[in-house]
Design a protein around this ligand. Structure first.
Ligand code: PRX
Length: 695
């Protein structure tokens, strides 16, 4: 399994290096920013929401806490960490890091000397404090009549049973376990069971293809795969086990056989009868845990022991296994959850993200459980059976904090206010947004209609790599501006830098970098520390580079403008254009492909693919469909191109580099703003492409 970044077939391949030169980054879209700022700065929303008292009451209190978090991180994070159980206390000076490639290898360490376990802190700690009967998961199925409650005590017992089973299969501290499951309680349970025994989980989103799953299982040499028979998403039945079977075969072919596959039987999607089963290798989840004890000894691990791998897309090459470690991640997940959602133990909270993405890791499995909340786990989709599903669920469980993505907000907004208004929503206190920039119109609708103007919006900017919220409003602590993520969280020092790597102070635009380590900094890229350094720390020496552009306004508010590298954000899903290109080129009739993002009213960005067919092949509707299916098969349905644009030739420089800027402009129908094209080898290519756009 390889996903090369070569987009050429039968032509010399332009080498793409991981840490591409800066000219490969998009320029910061200044015009867009100015327009956005002018339109929204006037709309500043007052900070006062009378319905609750926030932990951080005002900007002054934040400023004091922030100052300490930056100047005395050892003390700041140390004080918070005392709330947790540590089997062995960390050293007083527990933090050390280097963010400067010129000074040596990049490394980050928090809670040096400490021993702990995140599963213990998420479950046992609450049960030991007498909260075993508190609801942990409020599971809501795909259909309206499907639900299930699990208390902290019950979750702990099942986690122990599964952890015991994994141990019985020889899974040891440091071994990897792949998880490919729908949103059932057993998904976070599987993650927690791994954490309990010090195994490293690698959750693969259920929308990924067999090939994507195979590559991930192979990369981490998974000892066990935990999957499910299938899942219903809306009216669609997805045979997860069949996909998992092909993935298993593919991984075995390329040299890694996963010895054990645990299958959760999802009766709602056909159950056992409809599911393949390989004797000797496969075991039903219920049978695997049935004979296991309901208690399980905790594996105490060093604070820097890896907790999980999560594969994510970058500019080039195959997905990177982002590594997060136990101690710093635990404390950061807890602290951000507590302050950003103003969350108290026992609060009913709902994050609509899937555990296959970082949001589901930090703000479903770990953060809320560390705080001790009761949370909704939703298997379905927000528009099934109707566009009022979310508000129905909010009322059903009296959800206090609701966290979702702008793409969902936009599609529900389009369905109309009536679907919202037929439900009370009076339990709601805080509304969160994550995954992509939220446009001011969607922000307004979320605030005024969904929240009835009663709930502050927390527009949280962060990434798989950052592990937790980085720039975000704290509810009720300062005035909001629709579309701005406002100020940095405690411990986070964001800077904007120009092309030369100089910091832009005060009002201005730049590449968004982070200057100091924060507890949940990614520690490495699995198996490739060099790639980690090249990707994140070499573009602007001395800083972690996020891949995003941003602007700071006169009040110091930060506005994220989106990716400046070749990553696009489709419905909050992060997709590397290079991955889509290599998937397209895998089709026999495709000679070359170049993929860019374009503005999409619901998805935020759509996938726009320029395809050059092999000599003599005429474009047809069938080939178009086949190309799209090839991408579905290699990556997953969510990465399917929205537009295929036939391209007899691509705009290239004389050295053979594709000028993506030109392709982005043509996709956006802004060919009158192409800018300097004098370095193009064949300027006629542009006219040709515009003529072939066909709309
Ligand atoms: O471009 C930013 C965008 O999502 C990217 C990170 O994607 P991923 O690692 O999949 O994590 C998504 C969930 C944290 C970022 O580089 N992004 C995320 N949140 C925001 C955002 N862009 C603007 N505003 C946000 N609130």
């Amino acid at each position: 399994h390889t996903t090369t970044s070569a987009v050429n077939k039968g032509r010399p391949v332009v080498p793409t290096q991981e840490g591409r030169s800066l000219d490969a980054l998009h320029s910061i879209p200044v015009h867009k920013l100015r327009a956005q700022a002018a339109a929204t700065e006037a709309l500043t929303v007052p900070e006062s929401y009378p319905h609750f008292t926030p932990f951080v009451e005002n900007k002054k209190q934040y400023d004091e806490m922030y100052k300490r978090s930056i100047e005395d991180p050892n003390g700041f994070w140390g004080d918070i960490a005392k709330e947790f159980h540590w089997e062995k206390q960390w050293d007083e000076e527990h933090i050390s890091y280097n963010f400067d490639v010129r000074k040596g290898p990049i490394h980050v360490e928090y809670f040096k000397g400490g021993l702990t376990n995140i599963c213990y802190n998420a479950l046992d700690r609450h049960v030991a404090a007498g909260h075993g009967d508190r609801v942990c998961f409020l599971w809501e199925g795909n259909d309206l009549d499907q639900d299930r409650k699990m208390t902290y005590g019950e979750v702990l017992e099942e986690v122990c049973q599964l952890a015991n089973y994994l141990r019985s299969q020889g899974v040891q501290k440091g071994d990897a376990v792949s998880i490919y499951m729908p949103m059932v309680c057993e998904l976070p349970i599987a993650m927690l069971a791994c954490a309990r025994i010090g195994a490293v989980h690698s959750v693969v989103f259920g929308g990924f293809s067999a090939e994507a799953l195979a590559g991930r299982m192979e990369d981490c040499k998974a000892k066990v795969l935990i999957t499910a028979s299938g899942v219903m998403r809306g009216n669609k039945k997805i045979d997860l086990k069949a996909i998992a079977d092909s993935a298993h075969t593919m991984a075995a072919k390329s040299g890694h056989t996963v010895p054990r596959v645990v299958v959760y039987e999802n009766e709602r999607a056909g159950g056992r009868a409809a599911c393949s089963f390989t004797e000797g290798r496969d075991v039903w989840y219920a049978e695997a845990i049935a004979e296991q004890a309901k208690t399980c000894e905790v594996e105490w691990v060093e604070a820097e022991h890896p907790l999980f791998l999560l594969y994510t897309s970058g500019s080039t090459g195959k997905p990177k296994g982002v590594v997060h470690c136990t101690g710093g991640y635990m404390v950061y997940a807890h602290t951000t959850t507590k302050y950003v959602f103003n969350m108290q133990p026992g609060d009913t909270y709902w994050c609509t993200a899937d555990c296959g993405w970082i949001t589901g890791h930090t703000y479903l499995t770990y953060g809320p459980l560390l705080v001790g909340a009761s949370q909704v786990v939703f298997e379905g989709v927000p528009t099934y059976p109707g566009p009022d599903r979310c508000w129905r669920v909010v009322d059903k469980y009296a959800v206090k904090q609701f966290y979702t993505a702008p793409t969902a907000i936009r599609s529900l907004m389009r369905a109309g206010d009536l679907y919202v208004k037929e439900h009370l929503r009076d339990s709601l206190r805080i509304l969160g947004s994550v995954g992509e920039p939220i446009n001011p119109e969607a922000w307004r609708w979320y605030h005024d209609i969904v929240g009835d103007g009663r709930c502050p919006i927390v527009d949280t900017w962060w990434q798989t790599e950052t592990g937790g919220h980085m720039i975000t409003p704290l509810p009720n602590a300062w005035a909001q501006k629709p579309g701005s993520a406002t100020y940095p969280f405690f411990g986070v020092v964001p800077v904007l830098v120009d092309e030369k790597g100089n910091e832009v102070k005060g009002e201005g635009e730049g590449y968004l970098c982070i200057k100091q380590a924060w507890p949940a900094t990614l520690r490495t890229v699995y198996g490739d520390h060099e790639r980690y350094e090249t990707n994140y720390f070499k573009p602007f020496p001395g800083y972690y580079f996020s891949g995003d552009g941003a602007r700071r306004d006169k009040d110091g508010y930060i506005w994220i403008t989106g990716r400046v590298d070749d990553v696009i954000n489709v419905s909050g899903h992060r997709i590397g254009t290079a991955e889509v290109e290599s998937a397209l080129v895998a089709h026999a009739k495709c000679a070359e492909a170049a993929v860019v993002g374009y503005e999409h009213p619901i998805k935020g960005q759509g996938i726009y693919a320029y395809v050059t067919l092999m000599e003599g092949v005429e474009p047809t509707e069938d080939i178009r469909r086949e190309l799209i299916n090839t991408v579905r098969g290699i990556i997953g349905a969510f990465a399917a191109p929205d537009v295929i644009h036939w391209a007899p030739g691509l705009p290239k420089t004389r050295s053979g580099k594709i000028m993506r800027r030109v392709l982005r402009k043509i996709a956006a129908k802004q060919e009158d703003e192409l800018g300097d094209v004098s370095t193009l080898a064949d300027p006629h290519v542009v006219e040709q492409l515009v003529a072939l756009r066909g709309h």
